[in-house]
Design a protein around this ligand. Structure first.
Ligand code: AMP
Length: 418
């Protein structure tokens, strides 16, 4: 086949057909459950100042160093396509003085994100996330409740997932832990992968979740953050786990879970399909971020789920979609029938029974074959004769059985049958 002149950019997708319907379902269910937990929907721009992400996500992270789409506008502004959602929500919280609202403020978002990554299964350059952020109140119960909301969304989508959780401590205990970690890894430093040798200085925590087999083996014996938490972080983490137990949420402790962004403190979590390798979503607490971004001290937490990955997981599990296929096809022949068909189409639409219409000049045979391909159960046939007599034919597609009924009763007749 000849190469088409234009193709979509690498790592992007056209979303249509079944995939589009999975997307719609994920958006509907995630928003529905979030509303039940009193989240408010927010939309922030897809473009933001580049520096917003450098400062919040961290300039040593893969996202900022390698994956961000940045560009300069004609006016000289340095902007980035958003690689994640939290930074924008924090910016918005500060910019709009949301601290004046009753706390915590709870936001839901859904939309596209952009990362220049190597495309592979479940990894795209334009992907979608829905996310939740809770700002302005500090309590371990909120950490567990956030995990609970995500869990309930997966549940309503009929997906079985496990949450992995860990604590990254805070400014009080993490620096000492990092020192211990580096000390323990020092003797094996040369055996770490190239990437982790660099991380050893820039971002040593990330060595813990490196997927390289040698690195994985080396960190097995390294000290773990959970064993080195200060008293207050330990207490917080214990409370989070107790709440999770109480809510019957399936979780596993994962001392190697660190997440790829710099801003996390204390609780971090990720959701996986059972035996799944790729995370479906994740998040955590980021108590220092609002202050770092120029706001007042504000405890906060959040998380996001990848819509493509969830849609693929649903498809693999053959999760059913609502059957929205239309059951009725309206065929017409001749110009007077066509005019009438417009009216009948509207009558059906107003009665809440959408029908496939055929307003062209195709032969009856061509129209019937289209009805068949679309999977219609009934075809309504309106020809010249029927128009004169104010009648219409109902054809049951499977059996070929036809019946002529008065036109004025047609909506009622079809209602009875579907
Ligand atoms: P993160 O906060 O980076 O862990 O992203 C949260 C979730 O978004 C991940 O668990 C994935 O499900 C999804 N995600 C992140 N990056 C991509 C990508 N490049 N393509 C598809 N999904 C992604």
């Amino acid at each position: 086949m000849a190469k088409k002149e234009y193709q979509k950019p690498t790592g992007t997708q056209d979303i249509y057909g079944k995939k589009q319907r999975y997307f719609e379902k994920i958006e509907k269910v995630s928003w529905e459950v979030s509303q039940e937990y009193n989240f408010e929907r927010i939309q922030t721009p897809i473009i933001e100042e580049k520096e917003l992400f450098e400062r919040s996500v961290g300039d040593q992270t893969d996202i900022v160093q390698k994956e961000m789409y940045v560009f300069e506008t004609k006016g000289g502004d340095k902007l980035a396509l958003r690689p994640e959602g939290t930074a924008s929500i924090v910016r918005s919280y500060i910019e709009n003085d949301f601290y004046k609202k009753p706390q915590p403020v709870k936001f839901f978002y859904f939309g596209p994100f952009f990362r220049y990554e190597r495309p592979q299964k479940g990894r795209y350059r334009q992907f979608h996330q829905f996310g939740l952020e809770v700002l302005g109140k500090n309590s371990p119960a909120l950490d567990s409740q956030l995990i609970q909301v995500f869990y309930q969304i997966f549940k309503r989508l009929d997906l079985e997932v496990v949450a992995k959780v860990n604590s990254l401590g805070d400014d009080n205990c993490r620096p000492d832990y990092i020192k211990d970690l580096k000390k323990a890894l020092k003797k094996d430093k040369d055996d770490l992968c190239e990437h982790c040798q660099k991380r050893y200085n820039d971002n040593p925590l990330r060595i813990l979740d490196c997927k390289n087999e040698t690195c994985k083996e080396i960190v097995q014996n390294a000290p773990q953050m959970v064993d080195n938490l200060c008293k207050s972080c330990k207490k917080k983490f214990q409370s989070v786990l107790e709440y999770l137990d109480e809510m019957d949420i399936p979780y596993e402790l994962d001392p190697f879970l660190v997440r790829g962004l710099d801003y996390y403190t204390n609780t971090v979590f990720e959701f996986f399909a059972e035996d799944g390798e790729l995370a479906l979503g994740g998040g955590g607490r980021y108590d220092k971020l609002v202050e770092l971004m120029g706001g007042r001290e504000t405890p906060a937490l959040g998380g996001a789920v990848g819509v493509e990955r969830v849609a693929e997981f649903m498809e693999e599990n053959e999760i059913e979609l609502d059957d929205r296929s239309k059951k009725v096809f309206l065929a017409q022949l001749g110009s007077s029938a066509k005019k009438k068909a417009f009216e009948i189409f509207e009558d059906f639409r107003e009665a809440g029974i959408p029908v496939y219409e055929s307003m062209g000049r195709d032969s009856l045979k061509a129209q019937m074959s289209r009805a068949d391909k679309l999977g219609a159960k009934y075809t309504l046939i309106l020809g010249k004769q029927e128009c004169i007599k104010d009648q219409i034919i109902i054809r049951e597609m499977k059996t070929g059985k036809q019946e002529t009924v008065p036109l004025e009763n047609i909506v009622e007749e079809i209602k009875k049958r579907i």
